[in-house]
Write a protein that binds this ligand. Structure first.
Ligand code: FKS
Ligand code: ZN
Length: 340
């Protein structure tokens, strides 16, 4: 198993996020990857390799250039108006009847124009960290294209909520989408993306909506009660190119495994040449911001079941906020995947 990692993830460290009406320390922080890295090292996984830099092309293959330019400049523009002492956060968005054809000029308007939530701070290091995460996913994909059975993109900030032209949900650039499109551009006719993060992968769904060459599936907490709230229902099939499996609070292995079988059967029917997994372990029973009931040992079963598809696979790190068991949960998944 190849593991790709870049320490530049540390450059994304927001000061605070709004949670339950209070400003609290961010859940999505550098310590998450420290914990995973340490657990993988302790369990004898191979040492990670750094990403290659192939410029902006892998990113603009799935994100609009104007959005990428916004991300590159946002902190600079924010500091010019508000100074460097807080994070850049939006406070206003369009409502129905308001205009989407005019990008505002000021940074406060532009933050709202390109985002969909107030929980995703832009900091001095956001572009450096998010673009490094995209390179990690791209390099993991290149390792698999070059013949590796599986590569793990150990990266943050995460990506599956980021769309072709929006950020939110701690995500700026969609690494899973970069990897999937990379497989396509390397000649794989049909690619599947399987998203097992607790939250719906709305960015991935949007980026590949209607595209028969990249089939996307997401298993997640029902948006009727969970973030991102406005996408992720079962009736969103995008013309037969997408599948959502929303699940109730308290979902445990019994119901989760049944949903996973449904997703895997659908993927097998599509007969893809490569697989991208958006791996979130915020489905764990003790996660501080989620409400499923999977146990650490369940991740080995999930990994084993996905590995049994036998497909060339890129695994991209997404969510998971119980830092004390993140490493064990990820390691169990990866060990299960590698079993044969
Ligand atoms: C809590 C505000 C709501 C949004 C949850 C974002 C979840 C992110 C994730 C990812 F994989 F992208 F990291 N927070 N204060 O876990 O789906
Ligand atoms: Zn999540």
């Amino acid at each position: 198993m190849k593991i790709v990692y870049c320490p530049d993830h540390r450059l994304q460290h927001g000061r605070a996020e709004l949670a339950d009406g209070r400003l609290v320390p961010v859940f999505e922080h550098p310590g998450r990857l420290d914990a995973i890295l340490e657990a993988l090292h302790r369990r004898g996984f191979p040492e990670p390799v750094p990403p290659e830099d192939r410029g902006l092309a892998p990113i603009t293959a799935v994100h609009e250039p104007a959005y990428v330019e916004f991300l590159q400049r946002a902190w600079h523009d924010w500091v010019a108006v508000h100074g460097p002492d807080g994070d850049a956060l939006p406070l206003s968005w369009r409502a129905p009847g308001m205009r989407e054809d005019r990008e505002p000029e000021g940074i406060d308007g532009r933050l709202g124009y390109w985002s969909f939530d107030a929980g995703t701070p832009i900091t001095a290091g956001t572009w450096a960290a998010a673009s490094a995460a995209a390179r990690v996913a791209d390099t993991a994909r290149m390792q698999v294209s070059a013949g590796a059975r599986v590569a793990f993109a150990l990266a943050r900030p995460p990506g599956h909520h980021a769309g072709s032209r929006f950020y939110g949900g701690y995500c700026f650039l969609n690494g899973a989408a970069v990897a999937a499109q990379g497989f396509r551009d390397a000649g794989v006719a049909r690619v599947a993306v399987l998203d097992v993060d607790y939250h719906h992968g709305n960015g991935t769904q949007q980026i590949f909506a209607g595209r028969a060459d990249v089939f996307t599936v997401s298993l997640h907490a029902d948006p009727s009660f969970s973030f991102p709230f406005f996408l992720g229902h079962a009736d969103e099939t995008e013309g037969g190119t997408h599948m959502n499996i929303p699940l109730p609070r308290g979902t445990d292995w019994l119901s989760y495994s049944a949903a996973l079988e449904t997703a895997l059967a659908r993927i097998e029917r599509q007969d893809p040449g490569a697989l991208v997994v958006s791996l979130g372990v915020d489905t764990w029973e003790g996660d501080p911001i989620c409400s499923f009931a999977l146990k650490t040992t369940d991740y080995r079963r999930i990994g084993r079941r996905i590995g049994a598809l036998g497909l060339p696979t890129v695994i991209v790190m997404e969510g998971g906020y119980a830092v004390e068991s993140l490493g064990a949960n990820v390691a169990e998944f990866l060990e299960g995947f590698a079993e044969r």
